[in-house]
Design a binder for this molecule. Structure first.
Ligand SMILES: *Cc1c(COP(=O)(O)O)cnc(C)c1O
Length: 357
């Protein structure tokens, strides 16, 4: 059997959820969209069901997968419905629904629902992606109330730059939100992971942590709060071939790496078809037989090469951690010019093996 696999530590997932809870004291929806950022939505939901106040996903397909697996907790659709004919299913499965656009308000007004639904009314407070314009917000709220189709409304918005702790942007967005919701007596939800970890002064009855649950930092700089998180996923594989090469020999596609000296090179069963970033350059950290080393040459579809020169105890069959408890996914992502969100979501082909349930 191919040795590439992702170990998922559900105990660490719960630990990270508790940190979000402890920092904020707020109700928390665990964000498990995109198959829990590649960690497996159903298993992650089961592991958090006793502690989370609910879950958040991107679309009804993801929500129905949770319901089919027996998850009964509230599930919020972060973009609401994409077509009005999802509304009866939203009622049937007791889903909560973001409304971010006027067309969605209209659809809710026009629908004949057998039961009123819970709606999270989204404000565009400055990110300019989705959300009602501030001038439409109060009227939108009143329309939902008057529709007879809405049981409870939560007021929400989303930050564009909460990971930039020296930027004023989040405080400005929070101020736009405060102004828009003046006089409305409803719960509010603003904070994603970087805002949970970095913006304690911003109010949020409900928080929506995602990436932090998986133990990766949303920040580029070192952060004391984020350093308390425990990595949940360990992506590992094994050395399947070893080469002793003299100086001056090319390694891999494009001969992008030429041995500067005699080297021992290990070939690892892991490639970009598994989701390992192809743009990770020579020098990207890896752990081989418990010792830090580096990637060398181009990442192939199914294999990549690592430097074994200074790890005499490493050889055929040695375990390689691509990211996990020792090699942080955020460091690998940074080396590859991307973010941990993306390298987690890109994971595929490797089996997910769970512990700590
Ligand atoms: C994905 C998402 C989150 C979670 O964001 P993280 O940065 O992963 O914590 C929260 N809120 C909304 C609306 C989202 O789409």
């Amino acid at each position: 059997m191919r040795p590439a696999r992702a170990l998922i530590d559900l105990q660490a997932l719960r630990h990270n959820f508790q940190i979000a809870r402890e920092i904020t004291g707020a109700k928390a929806l665990a964000v498990i969209k995109a198959d829990a950022y590649g960690h497996g939505a159903v298993r992650c939901a089961q592991a958090l069901e006793a502690e989370a106040d609910g879950f958040a996903v991107a679309c009804i397909e993801e929500a129905l997968e949770l319901r089919a697996a027996g998850i009964r907790a509230p599930v919020l659709l972060l973009e609401g419905f994409f077509e009005a004919d999802e509304l009866p299913l939203i009622v049937e499965h007791g889903l909560w629904c973001v409304a971010h656009s006027l067309w969605q308000l209209e659809a809710i007004e026009k629908a004949a629902l057998s039961k009123p639904i819970n709606v999270w009314l989204k404000l565009d407070s400055g990110m300019h992606r989705v959300g009602l314009h501030p001038k439409d917000y109060q009227a939108g709220y009143q329309r939902l109330l008057a529709s007879g189709n809405v049981a409870k409304i939560v007021l929400m918005s989303h930050f564009a730059r909460a990971d930039e702790l020296n930027s004023q942007a989040s405080a400005e967005q929070a101020a736009v939100f405060e102004a828009a919701r003046q006089g409305l007596s409803a719960e509010v939800s603003l904070r994603n992971s970087p805002a949970v970890l970095g913006w304690p002064q911003i109010p949020s009855d409900w928080v929506r942590p995602g990436i932090m649950l998986y133990g990766a930092t949303p920040f580029e700089e070192a952060n004391a709060m984020a350093s308390r998180l425990q990595p949940v996923m360990t992506l590992e594989s094994k050395v399947i071939s070893v080469r002793e090469l003299p100086a001056g020999e090319p390694i891999g596609y494009g001969a992008k790496f030429i041995t500067p000296k005699p080297m021992r090179v290990g070939v690892v069963a892991m490639g970009y078809a598994d989701g390992y970033p192809r743009h990770a350059p020579t020098g990207t950290p890896v752990l081989v037989a418990g010792q830090r080393s580096q990637l060398i040459g181009r990442v192939s579809m199914d294999m990549l090469c690592v430097d074994l020169t200074d790890i005499p105890q490493a050889g055929l069959g040695s375990t390689v951690e691509l990211w996990g408890k020792n090699i942080l996914a955020s460091d690998v992502a940074m080396a590859a010019g991307t973010i941990p969100y993306q390298i987690f979501c890109n994971l595929r082909r490797v089996p997910l093996l769970y512990s700590g349930s």
